[in-house]
Design a protein. Structure first.
Length: 277
């Protein structure tokens, strides 16, 4: 069972561009509030996570070798930054792109600016172009967990699930407490029918944040995919408590509001008919 529409929406949520997507799926989400567009004349430098900053301390392109990149934010900080970006408008993403382009004119090998430009392109659905910038950013700063994470999400959007799994693993190598990297890797594994390994990743995400509704929901769906219906019911009920939208998954994958499992109609074997001559 390939749950592509759910996984696609999960990738959008990870990317933070959900507010700008008009696709309708079985798991509809309310749109996000549009944030104020910054002044077009402001072109601040960017930090190591690819986010715009007001302080003039953007680092030049330096190839790092050990540990997380210098100045990399914590998992808590980066999660808050992703939430903020989720509320941005297309105009802001274009300004983000312009900011990165301006920084790269001064230093084409600036990994922070390359990451920011890649993220802007991803938000604007320019996934192949974004992929090139993510790879360039990692070429000059191999230990940046944000570059791995965002490239992993970009891989998900391009349906490159094995590559996405590898990138989320790279992000976790340098930021092992990033719940969204565990979640992203779990989504990629689901798309490759690896439901039991996906459960393990969603479990790690829940251990890091017990109120992570999407992780509860996708773990429940994964359990249902290999007939662990009591566990699926438990997780999907918890997800619904945290996010009422998850009730759709509860009904779809477990049954009547989780009270009984869905009974699949028996499939009759049919004999092949002879073709007409």
């Amino acid at each position: 069972m390939r749950i592509s529409s759910l996984s696609f929406l999960a990738a959008l949520g990870l990317l933070g561009a959900l507010s700008n997507c008009a696709a309708t799926t079985e798991k509809d989400r309310p749109t996000s509030v549009v944030a104020r567009v910054p002044a077009a004349s402001a072109v601040p430098p960017v930090d190591s996570a690819g986010a715009a900053r007001s302080a003039p301390d953007a680092r030049a392109g330096v190839l790092a070798t050990e540990g997380a990149s210098a100045g990399a934010p914590s998992a808590h900080e980066v999660s808050a930054e992703r939430t903020r970006e989720k509320k941005m408008s297309n105009a802001e993403y274009r300004q983000m792109l312009a900011t990165a382009d301006a920084a790269l004119k001064g230093n084409p090998k600036n990994p922070a600016a390359l990451l920011q430009r890649a993220k802007a392109k991803s938000y604007l659905h320019e996934y192949p172009a974004a992929q090139l910038d993510y790879s360039a950013a990692l070429r000059y700063q191999r230990n940046n967990p944000d570059a791995y994470y965002n490239r992993g999400v970009n891989h998900l959007m391009m349906k490159q699930y094995k590559a996405a799994t590898a990138d989320f693993a790279g992000a976790l190598k340098y930021r092992p407490d990033d719940k969204e990297s565990f979640f992203g890797r779990g989504v990629a594994k689901m798309q490759m029918y690896q439901y039991k390994p996906a459960v393990a990743d969603f479990t790690r995400a829940i251990q890091l944040d017990s109120a992570y509704a999407d992780a509860w929901e996708y773990r429940g769906i994964s359990y249902a995919s290999f007939d662990k219906l009591p566990e699926a019911r438990r997780d999907l009920e918890r997800a619904t408590d945290l996010n009422p939208d998850a009730a759709k998954s509860l009904r779809r994958y477990v049954g009547q509001d989780g009270k009984e499992p869905i009974k699949t109609a028996p499939i009759r074997a049919t004999r092949p008919t002879a073709g007409r001559h």
